[in-house]
Design a protein around this ligand. Sequence first.
Ligand code: AKG
Length: 276
Amino acid sequence: MHLLSDSEIERHAYCVAQSGYTLLDQQISQDDIAVYRSASEKALAARLRRNPSSNPACAIDCLYTWDARVLRILENKNLTRLARVLMKREIKLFNLTAQIALPEGEYGTDKSKLDYEADGDFWHRDFPPGESDAPLNYLWCFTCLIDVGPENGATWLVPGTNRRQHYLSEPEHNVPGTFPSAIQIESKAGDVLVIDPTMWHEMGHNYTNDPRWILFLGYCAKGLRSQRNHWQISGDCLRQDFGETAHALFHPTDGHDDGTNNGPLCLPDDWQVTLE
Ligand SMILES: O=C(O)CCC(=O)C(=O)O
């Protein structure tokens, strides 16, 4: 991975602040793509065994439980530097997830035919936009594990909708239809699409026969609640191998009760969660 200069990081941060997104090319090696892909495949197979779903949008939390080597993405200094510049404070892990767009014919139904009140991953903001000059609280990094384009479910974005002063009357979440200025981001395996999750975005349709594989890495500012209690879920065994960065990103010392999502987790059968 090529370490970006401080001015390149500043330039990416500027794009996220102004447009809501940026694209960092070729951030991970072929080896890492293979590791993250195989962990995602294992997680997906287990998910489909337990819960055959008709929803083409499939997110499997805590991907590191399927292969500890997935934690290598946390060592990417370009991503952590960018997150710190945008949040202007210490950061921690929000979630590390296999973010999969299933082929709509094979496993799922056509996304456009889903009930939009169900969780179909239609247009949404993950959080309301903050004040325009406030540092970000959350940052999403989508690492492509396959070339991604309009045919296999590339992410759609509405640039600039992260900026509060730009909205007039707020559209409703998940309502079908599109935004006239929406764009779909094409990227190569190894590229990372970074977005401010307060912007309007949605997963595209996957018209191919293969799943679209993305590794989702979400950061939040320390002091906020992350999506899962990663410290507890990672367990003693995995924690022994944490490098300094993983330790800092998982550590629960900010006194908040992590786990904004208490829904069921898909973990390997023999996984031991350490309750503290
Ligand atoms: O998978 C995608 O393309 C979009 C994911 C998404 O909407 C989200 O993580 O909030």
